[in-house]
Write a protein that binds this ligand. Sequence first.
Ligand code: GDP
Ligand code: IMO
Ligand code: MG
Length: 437
Amino acid sequence: MANVIVIGAQWGDEGKGKITDLLSRSADVVVRYQGGNNAGHTVVVGDRTFKLHLIPSGILYPKTECIIASGTVIDPQVLLEEVDRLRTLGISTDNLFIAETAHVTMPYHRVLDQASEEQRAEHKIGTTGRGIGPTYADKSERVGIRIIDLMDEKRLAKKLRWAIEQKNIVLQKLYNLEPLDAEAIIEEYRGYADRLRPHVVDASLKIDDAIRERRNILFEGAQGTLLDLDHGTYPYVTSSNPVAGGACIGAGVGPTCIDRVIGVAKAYTTRVGEGPFPTELHDEIGAQIGDRGAEFGTTTGRKRRCGWFDGVIGRYAVRINGLDCLAVTKLDVLDDLDEIKVCTAYELDGKVVRDFPSDARAFGRAIPIYETLPGWKQSTSECKTVEELPQAAKEYLKFLADLTGTPIAIISLGASRGQTIIVEDPIHGPKRGLLRA
Ligand code: GDP
Ligand code: IMO
Ligand code: MG
């Protein structure tokens, strides 16, 4: 058995959904530990595409238990829409469980998220507008409403009346917006409570049962390392901890129960929203990668900014998350390129820097130092083994493994389950990788 954390090693959208779905075939339990419906995880099975925002990507396996743990923020309307959509597609959600201690995203969180972004004008973060920051802010301020409150009609009404009174002052006085109708919101959320009730559990206890029964648990991260509230490109980050350490806090388990940490990284880099991005491409090649990679946000439909693979970020992700191995995705997107650049270090204020600068302003001034590798100019999407990959593609992957000092366990060459080379099974295999540095 192995308990494995899957995290995003860049700025999100690395293909965590695909990799989690793939690994879920060996998992008994899949746990989402942070974030909310700012996430958009795409899973392609045959000719069907599933876009998941809150529900863990293990849901497509009927026997796998899926838990939305305490560290997440849950918008019940979105969660129930997701449940309904899956049911119409014939996917059961009977094995879906939600933590009673997770916080609930309310309509005022969404309104405040959008209003504060508008007020920030050119300093905006470029959030998804889903109310994530304000929900976590209320959690930290200890005025949040949790799933457990939602389950108690009287407590919910009391807490909501007070909260909406407070929020209406802010909405009217600070943002010049219409006040919200507390009674209508209480009524709306009472309806959600009735539908969510059968799924509500003590998630930490449920996960602990699974650990004791020595079942395989997969912890699915949302967002990515550089969007981490503490370790990302602050303030252009999300409001939770997507890094591996966040799995223990968010799920309510101790670090000693984690066996392995897998980092998912694209063979290049993308970012949605504002903030510095040293290897960003503003030219034809960036547009070509965006087109071939269909780089549009799963949640907001926004165009993702594209750039070369950044080894400084790669090494940083290895350090911050304690990565055992990498899953490199979307290698096929680079198939047509004559040559491929990889950032190995930065030039910062006249000095060569190999470590990620913790000062975001310094990071904004970083100029990438590139190594240029030859492209392979042939399709990789049908390759089933490392040996079948073109020599230049193998060398590219070896270069990334060397640069990050981390073995590559999985190579993804397309959105489907079958378009994957498992160099070494990170759940069952020994702790070594063929594409080792
Ligand atoms: P996540 O948020 O990390 O789960 O990633 P997203 O689902 O937001 O974005 C990744 C996108 O790339 C999705 O549309 C996937 O279907 C797609 N994808 C995943 N792996 C591959 C791959 O290896 N090649 C290609 N071409 N597409 C992939
Ligand atoms: P997945 O799980 C990519 C980005 C937003 C914005 C910043 C803050 O699909 O990888 P927020 O709404 O969280 O307050 O926005 O974080 N962001 C993501 N970018 N993938 C995601 O999730 C993201 N979730 C949030 O674009 O820059
Ligand atoms: Mg995504």
